[in-house]
Design a protein around this ligand. Sequence first.
Ligand SMILES: Cc1ncc(COP(=O)(O)O)c(C=O)c1O
Length: 379
Amino acid sequence: LNKDVIDGLAIWAQEWGNPSSIHQSGRGAKTLIREARNNFAKMINAQGLEVVFTGGGSESNNMALKGVFSAIRTQKNINFFEQNRNELLISAVEHPSIMKVAEALILEGYVVKKIPVNREGKIDLDFFAKALSEKTALVSVMYANNETGHIFPIAKMVELAHEVGAYFHCDAVQALGKAPIDVKKWNVDLASFSAHKFYALKGCGALYHKKGIISDALIHGGAQERSRRAGTENILGISALGKMAERFKEIDEKSINVKELRLFLEEKLKQEIDGLEILGESSKRLPNTTNAFIEGIDGETLLINLDIEGISVSTGAACSSGSSEPSPVLLAMGYKVTEAQKSLRLSLGWGTTRQELEIFVKTLKTLVKRIRDLYTHSN
Ligand SMILES: Cc1ncc(COP(=O)(O)O)c(C=O)c1O
């Protein structure tokens, strides 16, 4: 959590009124939401009215996909209904909050096509161009993958999708705070964000909903968020996100710094540890994410041992941890189960220091040696 957010919490909590109430304390809470909306909209280059605050990235993703297909089914989007647009195109490496919705849409009779992503993390643009047609209602492709950090060419893909008249949704959850975001430049119709990726609170997010795009609400009830998302607003979560959004001008500088540290880490890892490979190293990646394979050692074994040393790393997506299943993302990229099990995901933040990375590499080197020695003696 950012210090500005921690300090702000006690102040924002004093606005105890319901933002839908007309009395003074309600108006105070409403002002907080308005300010946060304007700050957030400015950061992503949207208008305030195009921002819908949600309960996080998963909800934003659900709202985008289910909302578009619901509006076709209920004939609110009469054009798409009459054109019989019934196809969804997604990448093969989307987050479960897209994958699971796609599975549900298949059960409802819609057609879902998955765009392949290769071992280097590159999306197959030829496949994409061929799969697009006047049947495509929606394309949903993430800005960057949460496990590998690989970035996809969103603006180019939006152009192709719009040529056939389809809508484009981008799961931009991983972009927040790591890359400049300009929804107008990308020209996307819908985009999802999550506050906790940006040092704000968990359980809050936003959906960019371009003016004129026809989609249904996910949560029905009161008229909050212009009837796009019913329910009394999460004032603390929204204010925290708005507070961080004020700092959008710092993102470029912070990202350059984080990228330098990541390159330093990767060089050191390759120097110090035999049989270490960085997944899709030469492809375009987020500044803060490294996914490394270490020959002969499971990522999970390292995760547990590093945790004992007080260092937090990850294997697959955080959402699927707790299970020892290999990452579906890596399997979709063509890695074998035994390869995917070696994956170790390392994430850097605005506060990471060179000294911490040096300690990390030293610790990892010792652990790798110890585990390899153990394997040699037990064989
Ligand atoms: C790419 C991506 N999309 C969606 C989500 C879900 O966001 P949330 O945890 O806020 O629901 C995540 C979470 O890590 C993510 O990495």
